[in-house]
Design a protein around this ligand. Structure first.
Ligand SMILES: *[C@@H]1O[C@H](CO)[C@@H](O)[C@H](O)[C@H]1NC(C)=O
Ligand SMILES: *[C@@H]1O[C@H](CO)[C@@H](O)[C@H](O)[C@H]1NC(C)=O
Ligand SMILES: *[C@@H]1O[C@H](CO)[C@@H](O)[C@H](O)[C@H]1NC(C)=O
Ligand SMILES: *[C@@H]1O[C@H](CO)[C@@H](O)[C@H](O)[C@H]1NC(C)=O
Length: 781
């Protein structure tokens, strides 16, 4: 670490006092700074975009060099701009032509200084403070800093764009402390989503040396704890920041690795407000926590994410709050060209856009609601719940997704819209070796994602020049992921002691994050990665980290240190469906069907709902895990892609596991999402029958391959044989039949005959009829 910092330190001017008339910094390289005596903080220019500099204060001893204050966030300075403390005591930032960008007008200044608290001060000859950066916070406050009468923090616009954003934290003059949504780009308050309700008594926000952040009355009594955990300022760097997503977070960063064994050498959140911003937004805040037509939900890391409904996409890919636009032409209201037949609905359970309905009906059925919205050319979204049907004004605002929400959103989209890029199935000329490449459909998009990232990096001022910074910066997009050091994971897993599972590409170990209330984690250690895979790990981590669905195992973080490449997942306490299903205590039919539903939902999401389509390629009981309440979650998605270079080509070229892989892997055929549908079909049969697809221990030879036997039983009407030793299933043979029929559809040899996962889900749920499936022909060679 130390070695890495030397270049920065060596070039820095270790001024302690900034003297009158002679001191200046020029915006052209980042090595010229004024440091605080300890070197903890630096004052100087930071390049945000090519040719655009921010005059800022930052933590200077950590690789992230986190900015805590800036002078010109809404007016970046061009190259060659200069900050000077003039002889007359004015502190001015001029562009190269001498035009004023920013200034502090003060007289009687004796000197300026960057203090170890992170405060930049202008001092007179009696040592009195004339001006200090602590009195003019941007989006952060530091220990020893206060926010009093009318003091406010304005969030950044985005993670990388530090200009004034959409949220404000305000110590109101009347004593109330609020977080509010700004009528961007104006300043007006369009709705507080948090308030201490201390009108008449609140006085100031205090961030004390023990790391407590409180709202106090004038007589210093504590009225409200904004952060109540506390952390020593001697051991931790700390900051309270109103982040671009509207959440106020108290972050800590250990000053030394020795002090706190196992704690990550990175910023971690000690406390935050509000608890769930998605649900806190008042109805009148227009865009809510996300943009128009956008849906806010809380991820497993408790951070809000914004996502677009199916068939919609972000207006500006680089701005999570830009709102969502439909990817299809809206319905015509012309009577002659009435095109209701071209539209259909996507259901989003637990989703609501509160307020703003132009029509509401009570005591109606869901089907009635659908039909009514379909027939109404002005209706784009309807909300159904508790036999009420609400047709919403467009655009919709304040969308939210949470398991506490009873309603479902019915989103009207054009049928067969081409919003989801399905891999080409038309091109015929493929040879065996390209199957692998085709298999990594995402490889293409992964390069594409990389390019996008690169552009984003350049645009938003992530500095690529220095390897140090690049290595430690958060991967763009994967903002909620933590970067772990190998040492941390080694400690967390007790030296990779308890193995949870292993495979060709990785071993998985159980671990504990002590500093996070002993949270359990599963650490996946990847084997033999190809040389250039580091970049890809990032890109993949990035695409996986964007996925957020309750039926997918959540990725929490990663480690990327040379040879050591690890992924950190949430720990699933009930193991895999494989263990659950094939050992002696048979789960009941209801539990098994729930697993089928959950897995189908997770796959549906991977295929159709997340921003980059993901083909899992290895759906099998071992890769579907169960959490403490037996909710099934798909694991390992995207991992196949991670390893495509080193692993898949060497062996058979086939990814996936025998017995579950679709026939096209063995043919000269393109690999599409339908390979997952196939594997799901096999899994579904296994769930129904509680046995493995291939079981050579059976007495009767024609029962060895479950998929063949199931078709025979279906064809000859002997389905009871499949579940002969399962009373529950035998008593519900109609349902068993339906599920077997769905499974047979899924395992059709011709991929185009297999339904997509959405349709599979609808068939399982019973919202569409299951037609009689054809014979899936023999394929295994
Ligand atoms: C800074 O300037 C003040 C006033 O001139 C002086 O008292 C103090 O010692 C100086 N500090 C340093 C570190 O040079
Ligand atoms: C401080 O500055 C003021 C003018 O700004 C001057 O009158 C005074 O004599 C100075 N005091 C000292 C101690 O230098
Ligand atoms: C940051 O966001 C603001 C507000 O949208 C925009 O005007 C500005 O151009 C952005 N700055 C950069 C450097 O992208
Ligand atoms: C900080 O505030 C907390 C809560 O009010 C208090 O218990 C603690 O003693 C304070 N610490 C310091 C150093 O003032």
């Amino acid at each position: 670490m130390l070695v890495l910092f030397l270049p920065i330190l060596a070039n820095a001017q270790s001024y302690r006092n900034v003297s009158l008339g002679s001191s200046s910094l020029i915006a052209n390289n980042e090595n010229s700074t004024w440091l605080s005596p300890s070197g903890d903080f630096a004052f100087g220019f930071r390049q945000m975009v090519p040719g655009g500099y921010l005059l800022a204060i930052w933590f200077n001893k950590i690789p992230e060099r986190t900015i805590v204050w800036s002078a010109n966030r809404d007016n970046l300075a061009e190259q060659g701009s200069r900050i000077q403390l003039l002889a007359d005591g004015r502190f001015v930032l001029d562009d190269p032509r001498g035009q004023l960008i920013w200034a502090v007008a003060s007289s009687g200044v004796a000197y300026g200084a960057m203090l170890d608290t992170g405060n930049f001060v202008l001092i007179d000859n009696t040592s009195a403070v004339l001006w200090q950066s602590f009195d003019h916070p941007t989006d952060s406050i530091l220990p020893a800093q206060m926010l009093s009468n009318q003091g406010r923090l304005v969030s950044s616009f985005s993670e990388t764009n530090y200009s004034s954003g959409r949220f404000i934290f305000w110590m109101q003059g009347d004593g109330n402390l609020v977080l509010y949504n700004r009528k961007f780009p104006m300043d007006d308050n369009i709705g507080a989503y948090f308030a201490t309700n201390t009108v008449g008594s609140g006085f100031k926000v205090v961030f004390n040396q023990s790391g407590y952040i409180t709202l106090t009355a004038e007589n210093e009594t504590v009225l409200y704890f904004l952060s109540s955990n506390g952390a020593s300022t001697a051991q931790y760097y700390q900051r309270l920041v109103l982040e671009y997503d509207g959440v106020l977070r108290h972050y800590v960063y250990p000053k030394s690795g020795d002090l706190t064994v196992g704690r990550p050498m990175s910023w971690s959140v000690l406390d935050f407000l509000p608890g769930n911003i998605c649900l806190s937004m008042p109805i009148n805040t227009a865009w809510g926590a996300c943009g128009f037509n956008s849906i806010c939900s809380l991820g497993i890391d408790r951070r809000p994410t914004c996502s677009c409904p199916t068939g919609y996409s972000l207006i500006d890919q680089s701005d999570r709050m830009s709102g969502c636009k439909p990817d299809f032409g809206s319905q015509s209201c012309d009577q002659e060209s009435k095109d209701t037949s071209l539209f259909t609905f996507v259901d989003m359970p637990n989703t609501n856009f509160p307020g703003g309905e132009y029509m509401s009906y009570t005591q109606v059925q869901e089907d009635w609601c659908r039909q009514d919205c379909l027939d109404d050319c002005l209706c784009a979204f309807a909300i159904y719940g508790g036999s009420n049907c609400l047709k919403k004004k467009y655009p919709l605002s304040n969308g939210r997704l949470d398991s506490s929400i009873g309603q479902k959103a019915l989103i009207k989209i054009r049928k067969n819209n081409a919003t989801i890029a399905t891999p080409s199935t038309s091109s015929k000329k493929r040879n065996r070796s390209t199957v692998i490449i085709t298999g990594s459909v995402l490889l293409g998009s992964s390069v594409f994602v990389n390019i996008l990232l690169l552009i984003a990096l350049l645009l938003f001022g992530f500095r690529l020049r220095s390897k140090v910074v690049q290595k430690h910066s958060t991967p763009p997009g994967g903002t909620h992921l933590r970067s772990f050091t190998f040492k941390e994971l080694q400690d967390a897993t007790n030296g990779f002691k308890e193995e949870l599972g292993n495979g060709a590409c990785s071993n998985v170990y159980k671990g504990t994050l002590e500093y996070e209330n002993d949270r359990l984690i599963a650490v996946k250690k990847l084997k033999k990665m190809a040389n250039d895979s580091a970049k890809e790990l990032k890109a993949e981590v990035n695409s996986i980290s964007r996925t957020n669905h309750k039926n997918l195992v959540q990725l929490l973080g990663y480690c990327d240190e040379g040879e050591n490449k690890l992924l950190v997942y949430e720990y699933m306490s009930n193991g895999s469906v494989g263990d659950f299903l094939f050992n002696n205590s048979r789960p009941n039919l209801y539990q098994r069907l729930q697993i089928a539903f959950s897995t189908a939902r997770g796959l549906c999401y991977l295929h159709e709902e997340c921003s980059t389509q993901i083909i899992h390629c290895d759906i099998k009981p071992q890769n579907v895990l169960l959490d403490e309440s037996l909710v099934a979650k798909i694991s390992d998605f995207g991992l196949a892609k991670l390893l495509r270079d080193g692993q898949t080509r060497t062996t058979t070229g086939i990814r996936g596991t025998r017995g579950y892989v679709a026939p096209e892997w063995f043919r000269n055929m393109p690999i599409t999402v339908k390979v997952d549908v196939y594997s799901f079909g096999i899994l579904l049969l296994e769930l129904i029958c509680c046995r493995r697809n291939v079981d050579t221990s059976v007495v009767n030879e024609n029962e060895e391959i479950l998929s063949d036997w199931a078709y025979d039983c279906y064809k000859y009407g002997t389905l009871h044989l499949l579940v002969s030793n399962d009373e529950e299933a035998s008593n519900d043979i109609k349902r068993v039949k339906k599920f077997v029929m769905v499974a047979i559809w899924c395992i059709q040899e011709d991929p185009s005959l297999r339904p997509n996962m959405k349709r599979v889900l609808h068939m399982l749920e019973g919202s569409v009829e299951v037609p009689h499936p054809p014979y899936p022909e023999s394929f295994m060679d």
